[in-house]
Design a protein around this ligand. Structure first.
Ligand SMILES: Nc1ncnc2c1ncn2[C@@H]1O[C@H](COP(=O)(O)OP(=O)(O)OP(=O)(O)O)[C@@H](O)[C@H]1O
Ligand SMILES: [Mg+2]
Length: 230
């Protein structure tokens, strides 16, 4: 599903260069739920953004279903991201003047899918995340946990190959955090969605099948939890 190969990244600001990721290498299989763990500044968001095609690496390769995304043109990558990649943000990133249902439908509009089938798809996903009755409300009328459920529904509406989440529970209290992780696990199990979840919370990481850990831009651990705990 996903292969990261000899990936390095440095940010350039004028003459100044900040090396952030160093020779990262791992694979993720279809249907896996993986936590990307590490302290603040260790490079988690940078790695996630590279894997989601939001920026290009300085060196190395990212293969999603065999497609090297760093080699794609802007247009190819935009199309690939629209259809194959889902993204969940810490701050939900919902559009305030659109209803919950319209927010979920949005990625389908760019694919030219007809209104009726968009609406059906959006409602089906909202039901799946426990918000079947909230479709015609606006994001500001929902709690933080509910807004994150909407953004999870939106990330799944195009049936992507893989979904990346950058600290999806970072703005939520502990109880709501556990509920959102429950939901992601349920979606992973019932729909075989492949998830990569950035977190600096060990409690969140412990609930996934596998953890990939970064320290100062280096991969320090890439083990299934089962092996860890034995
Ligand atoms: N656009 C940029 N230009 C220069 N340096 C950057 C840029 N973005 C990130 N960095 C640097 O890269 C390093 C890793 O940042 P990154 O955002 O990937 O960390 P993180 O692990 O996601 O941290 P956090 O847990 O705080 O979100 C940091 O030292 C940061 O300052
Ligand atoms: Mg980050």
């Amino acid at each position: 599903m996903l292969a990261v190969q000899q990936l390095s990244h440095r940010f350039k600001n004028g003459a100044e260069e900040t090396p952030v990721l160093h020779d990262i290498q791992f694979r993720i299989a279809k249907g896996e739920m993986v936590a990307l763990l590490g302290s603040s500044g260790s490079g988690k968001s940078t790695l996630l953004n590279l894997m989601a095609g939001l920026m290009k690496p300085t060196h190395g390769s990212i293969l999603i279903n065999g497609h090297a995304i760093e080699k794609m043109s802007e247009n190819q990558l935009a199309e690939f991201r629209r259809t194959q990649i889902g993204f969940i943000f810490q701050s939900y990133e919902l559009i305030p003047h659109l209803t919950v249902r319209e927010n979920v439908e949005l990625p389908l509009i760019f694919q030219g899918i007809k209104a009726k089938s968009r609406k059906e798809k959006a409602f089906a996903l909202l039901a799946k995340v426990g918000l079947g009755d909230k479709g015609e409300m606006f994001p500001s009328q929902l709690s933080g946990g509910q807004q994150q459920r909407v953004s999870i529904a939106r990330s799944l509406v195009t049936s992507p190959a893989i979904v990346f989440a950058d600290e999806p529970t970072g703005n939520l209290d502990t109880k709501t955090e556990a509920e959102i992780i429950d939901l992601l696990i349920e979606l992973n199990v019932t729909l075989s969605i492949t998830f990569v979840i950035v977190t600096h919370e060990l409690e969140v990481a412990k609930r996934t099948q596998r953890v990939i850990q970064l320290r100062d831009g280096f991969l320090v651990e890439n083990e299934p939890w089962a092996g860890e705990n034995e």
